[in-house]
Write a protein that binds this ligand. Sequence first.
Ligand code: FAD
Length: 506
Amino acid sequence: MNNIAPITHYIIVGGGSAGWISAAILSRVTAHLPCKITLIESPTISSVGVGEATIPSIIDLLRFLDIPQTEFIQATQATFKLGIKFTNWLTEDHSYWHPFGNIGQAIDGLSFYQHWLGAKQRGNKNQYSDFSPNVVLAEQNKFAQAQQHQKNILSHSTYALHLDATLMADYLKKYCLTRGVIHRTAHIHDATVCEKQQITSVILDNKEQLAADFYIDCSGQSALLIGKTLQVSYQNWQHYLPVDSAVVVQSKNPSQRQPYTHAIAHPYGWQWQIPLNNRTGNGYVYCSKYCSDKEALATLTNNITEPLENTPRVIKFTTGKRDVFWHKNCLSIGLSAGFLEPLESTGLYLIMKGMLNFVAMLPDSQFQQARCDEYNRQMDLEFENIRDFIIIHYSLTQRNDSVFWQDWHTRPLPKSLEHKLAVFKSNGILMKNPQDLFSDDSWYAVLEGMKMRPANLNPLVNNSDHQQVDAILQKHIYLLEQMIKQAPRHEAFVNALHNNTQKADS
Ligand SMILES: Cc1cc2nc3c(=O)[nH]c(=O)nc-3n(C[C@H](O)[C@H](O)[C@H](O)COP(=O)(O)OP(=O)(O)OC[C@H]3O[C@@H](n4cnc5c(N)ncnc54)[C@H](O)[C@@H]3O)c2cc1C
């Protein structure tokens, strides 16, 4: 076996969420290797500063980095998120939930969704989401954590956080600095490349040249290394996901901070409400083809009831992804790699997943192309699966009140999604893809929320004893009713945590 020289120096460009999450993961896995990590961030370009809603993988990230949950929650002014409430997406007077965690439980090896459809035909009156512990909690503004050593109705429920992205970057910066990451504040104005088309150094504004074996581009939408230097093109997905702008502003908290993200559809896009411990994050994501920034600002501010805390700002973006994420000795992570719009809060997840997949294939000085190709294949699937999941939130709409929503009735779907929906429509089966971030329960929740049901029942529903199935469903509802009586209010739980009289399970 050959002893190939390891990478001894990584340069990370960018000090936003992507830069510091990447540095944290890399410093953790290379802790005992002779490897230097330098993070360079511009003093003049600020990070995008949004990215406040997360998905349960944030808790996995904390565990991976060995960060105590309570400490992190306190440092980032975080609250809990049990899922997303979607209002006005199907029609203007309708809402539904996409909760995290399980919805019911598989029975005789067949998905709960199929059994619930069968029970519905027999007259069961419960909605699908009634079987989700997180929906039951969220509807009453309550919060409870599954206890690791106790098996009960909450055992398969999960949660995420609403957090201040800037405070998260600050926290991770301290984490990294104590682990030897070198932090430079400097503007990079160029990079040098050798004849093999590998990056050989970055050139700072003061003309200083810094060299490393490998470069991680976390420079945000400017994509300094992967785009400008290496000329890897960006696949524009606006024909699939047309929103391209967001106006964002923070407001004072209402008296109750709800334990969920609220996503409210409007004529040209949708509005988010994300309650943190000390303030609420708001944004209106819209399509500039149909709506001016001024109009968007008016829509947003007219739909915020509490006083504003700062001046609104507009952020522009292009949905899509890099042709390849890893090219030569450069990896793109964060907005430089791609962006799929904020719905379903997958930005921070893609950063974490991008880095975890990378460290699983950690390169050496020979840069074997096979590893790089496999990485790019895996990340392509991540982006495509998430893209398809986001699209169904829009494409199944019955809204007709604006050109934006009317266009969704005829917009072509990606082939992968067309196929998935065709199979689902036949008898409720979801094509399994091991790379899919969103579980079957998530897909079923959104499809049911948007009133798409299969034409036929899965024949295996009749393989189970119907009486037994009905009894299981009834017991599930009973256990949820018992659970909710005991659960504390989210408000009280969060206050106790921030006042240090309560700890989050870690
Ligand atoms: C409107 C909107 C809402 C979002 N909401 C969510 C959400 O709710 N949940 C979620 O998970 N994700 C969300 N995201 C995505 C999330 O914000 C990003 O994935 C995340 O912030 C990563 O950004 P970044 O670090 O790649 O880029 P940035 O935050 O833009 O950071 C770029 C960094 O690169 C540095 N830099 C740039 N050029 C140079 C240079 N020449 N020299 C040196 N340094 C340089 C800058 O100084 C900065 O530090 C949202 C994104 C948008 C646009």
